[in-house]
Design a protein around this ligand. Sequence first.
Ligand SMILES: Nc1ncnc2c1ncn2[C@@H]1O[C@H](COP(=O)(O)OP(=O)(O)OP(=O)(O)O)[C@@H](O)[C@H]1O
Ligand SMILES: [Mg+2]
Length: 395
Amino acid sequence: MYIPPVTKKEIRDLVERQVILQQELKKVFNSPDSDKVLTKRYKPAEVAELVGRSKSHINREEKNPDNDLSPPPLVSNNRREGYTQEQIQKLRDYFGTNKKLSEEDEPIILSIQNFKGGVSKTTIAIHLAMYLSLQGYKTLLIDLDSQASTTHSLGKIPDFDIMEEETLYSFFHDVLEGEDVNFGDYVQPTHWMNLDYVPSNLALYNSEYEIAAVDLGAEKFALLYSGIEQVIDNYHIVIIDTPPALGMLSLNALYAATACIIPCPPRMLDFTSTMQFFKMLDNVMGVLGEDISYKFLKILPTRKKARTQKNENIDVMEDNVLELAYKHFGEYMLESIFYETAALDWVSGENKTLFEVDKPKGSPQTHRNAIKNMNAICKEIEKLICKTWSSTEEM
Ligand SMILES: Nc1ncnc2c1ncn2[C@@H]1O[C@H](COP(=O)(O)OP(=O)(O)OP(=O)(O)O)[C@@H](O)[C@H]1O
Ligand SMILES: [Mg+2]
């Protein structure tokens, strides 16, 4: 039987079909032409913790007719609906419990980085960004990966909803052309409180070549930093989700960052590859400039299998790798471990994060465990960030 060859014509046809497929996917997962909408609501106890006032105090102030506070509407049995994020923000404004940095404290630029692919960089970046912004930190999440998983998590189909001109490709290109570029033009709001982002799509990949090609010396690694610097005063925390490769974009992230989280599964191959990351970091620090330093750099063990009888052999191997990692990297290891969980499959099936889902598709207990695990990781990182600030050192 004759099988026709796949030529350029067929590939072009594939590309055209893909655009149609993406349009249909968008209809399935999001309502067409609408942005992501947060349906998650917060219970009074969660709100009390997030606002920093007791439930009864909040209740009292809400009952006072002189206050412009609107508690959630009553549903059946005298019970109220949960609070929206807007209502939480309104309460924080009312009680004056918004986060503030003192003059001498610098916003942190946190890069989630490892040259190894699939180690949970994006999962950590998006959850950490949502966790921190929910706590009240003004947060900017930069998608520096042309695979654009972060952009997708925020409800956009990268090569369909996002124009090349909206990505940092356009920023880098124009800066290299010598134009005066406003980094703020690339910052977009999200459906999540206190969280802005810079989207990405495949076009960003071209920046690897364009930045590499210019004859700029070490300055070419400072392009991203020069952009972030323009908007940094609007934020407490900037998080960069990086691509799984050593290239111009990764190097720009390493240069811009003032702290680094390195996700790494406790498996031989992943750890060996992370060793290479440190080796290269050592080499590139020479090129980037000796003045580069991080306020903290921590390895986060990710995707560790929870112990079951079925995977006991894997457990033993992972435990061995972890034990060695703690022995040799000690203070560079985060205490938390990010466990493998089916809950992430369920929520990502709906293109949501763990924090956006109220009623999980799978086991509620597994979902709660995954949230508890993620909260612990984020809290540990939050504490590290706060230690870099004099005003919140006591946290
Ligand atoms: N702890 C976990 N449990 C279950 N699935 C996970 C876990 N961490 C990540 N995943 C899944 O693994 C896949 C890869 O994760 P993620 O995209 O976060 O990795 P990455 O390091 O950003 O990958 P890349 O290098 O391609 O950017 C995703 O489908 C994600 O949902
Ligand atoms: Mg990623």
